[in-house]
Each structure stands twice: as C-alpha cells, then as structure tokens.
Design a protein around this ligand. Structure first.
Ligand code: COA
Length: 262
C-alpha cells in the first residue's frame, strides 16, 4: 500500500495515484529526502495492480517545484555535483520517463530547474494558467543536471531550448502550450480535473499495450536503440498478450473489453 511520507502526500482515486510534493514553504524544492521518498513511492506503486496511472503535482497555489534544493548543494564539490545529477537521473528522472504506467505532471505554479525537469520527465504535462516554467541554472553558474538540456530540446526544439537555457528566462503557460511543452493549459481550479479526464481515458485501455507504447516511444529517443526495430519487435509481442485476445474478442462481440494487463 502506497503511503504518505514526510514530504510526499499520496491519495488513490479510482485507480489513479495522486502524488503531491509537499514542502510548500520551500516552494516544493527537491531536497535529498524528497527525492528518496518520491522514488520509494514510485517503486511501490509500480507493483500495485489497482493503480493504473499517476498524477504528480505540487502543494499550495504557488509552485509545482521550484527546482533542486539550492541550500543542500551550496557547498558541493565537483564529485558531489556529479553524484547529485546521476542519482537524480537514476532515482527520479529516467525512472519516471521509463515508468510502466503513464505519469502526468499537473504543473500548478513555478516549475523551475529540477521542477521543470520533473515535469518534462513525465509522459504528459497539464499546466495551470498561472504557471511559470524555466531552467534558470545558468543564473547560479550551473547547467540543468536532471535531463533538462536533453528533454527540453526534444520537446520544444533545439533553438528554443538553447534560448531558454542560456537566457534563464521563464515562460508562461500559453507559450509553453504554443511550443509543445504543455499538452493543455487550464485554470488552477480545473487542473486536476483535466488530468483525471486523461487518466480516465487511459484506464479503459490495455495496460500492457500502454506500457509497451511508452517503452517504444522512448526507444526512439535512445541513441543506443533503433526505435523502428523496437517497434517491430514489441508490435509482434503484443499478439501474445491476453489483453490482445480480449481487445479483439470484445471488438468482434461488440462489447467493452475487460483488460487484465497481461
Ligand atoms: N531551493 C531551496 N529553497 C528554495 C528554492 C530552491 N530551489 N526556491 C525557493 N526556495 C525557498 C526560498 O528560499 C524561500 O524560503 P524562506 O522563506 O525560508 O526564505 C521560500 O522558498 C520562498 O521563496 P521566495 O524566493 O521567497 O519566493 P518568491 O516568490 O520571492 O520567488 C522564485 C519565487 C521561484 C522566483 C524564487 O524562489 C526562485 O528563484 N527560486 C529558485 C529557483 C531556481 O533557481 N531553481 C533552480 C535550482 S537549480
């Protein structure tokens, strides 16, 4: 059973785990403990059959996540900096990107630095109209270290990513939508409802097929893999799943499928 911890609130609603990063007095910035707690919850919920998808949001009205905790790394050495980045990639950012269930970022305010990197690692982003998004690390003499240099360019293109990172400018929700960084923009009140609208659609689909789709789409962005070859392989494997048999039988029998995720 996934459970709330010191900096992470958890609530399961009709098959959707809502994770709220809960350090509002520090604008939900990611300290080491928050990263650990988030990792643990994601690890546990991967094996929970009654969880189909996940929404990640921030506590309060002001911030999704305002970045990594600057106080924690203020005196880091080169080696500690490298470790901070690689542990973050492993425990959260790559972990989320390759997660077997869809994860939606409900961006409810500032998404800066590691906060925008967290949103970008998620599979889908829904953004409230007050949100401000950016990678301001160069203002601190740093660069993004949780995948931001790569994922921002994948989402908005190299030119815009270059501009956002070297100027450290924040963009608003409408620009994020225009540039492909946000799938949808809503009011803050409607933010979670829009996310649930998406998770409701996903929950009626085959979990095995959804998991495979995430894997194959990501394969195309992995320089060590050929996305087309992975697609051929995984498309073939889908024919061996019970979900495929159920999906096709339901179509032929003109009824709704009951997928078991196998
Ligand atoms: N790490 C640690 N603490 C942070 C933080 C971060 N990334 N971002 C905000 N906080 C803390 C502030 O220190 C402050 O704490 P305090 O009340 O104990 O002093 C609290 O959150 C509120 O932030 P504050 O700066 O007072 O709010 P603001 O409305 O004036 O400004 C921001 C909001 C987001 C513009 C500003 O907090 C900011 O620039 N944060 C850093 C963003 C950043 O550079 N992120 C990338 C890190 S690599």
């Amino acid at each position: 059973m996934v459970a709330t911890s010191e900096y992470i609130l958890c609530e399961v609603k009709s098959g959707v785990l809502v994770i709220t990063i809960n350090r509002p007095d520090k604008l939900n910035s990611l300290n080491k403990q928050t990263i650990e707690e988030l990792h643990e919850i994601l690890l546990e919920s991967e094996n929970e059959n009654d969880i189909n998808s996940i929404i990640i949001t921030g506590s309060g009205q002001k911030a999704f996540v305002a970045g990594a905790d600057i106080f924690e790394f203020a005196n880091f050495s080169i080696e500690q900096g490298k470790q901070l980045s690689s542990i973050g990639h492993f425990k959260i950012f790559n972990f989320i990107e390759n997660y077997s269930k869809p994860i939606i970022a409900a961006v409810n305010g500032f998404a800066l630095g590691g906060g925008l990197e967290l949103a970008m690692a998620c599979h889908i982003r829904v953004v409230s109209d007050n949100a401000k998004m950016g990678l301001p690390e160069v203002s601190l003499g740093l660069i993004p270290g949780y995948g931001g240099t790569q994922r921002l360019a994948q989402l908005v293109g190299k030119g815009k990513a270059m501009e956002m990172i070297v100027t450290a400018d924040m963009i608003n929700a409408q620009d994020a939508y225009k540039w492909g960084l946000a799938n949808y923009v809503t009011t803050q009140d409607e933010l979670l409802n829009k996310c649930f609208e998406i998770t409701n659609k996903i929950s009626s689909k085959s979990p095995t097929a959804v998991k495979t789709a995430i894997k194959v789409i990501n394969a195309g962005y992995n320089p060590q893999l050929n996305g087309f070859e992975v697609e051929i392989e995984e498309f073939g494997k889908s024919f061996g799943s019970r979900d495929f048999k159920e999906g096709v039988s339901a179509f032929l029998e003109k009824r709704k499928p009951i997928f078991k995720g196998r």
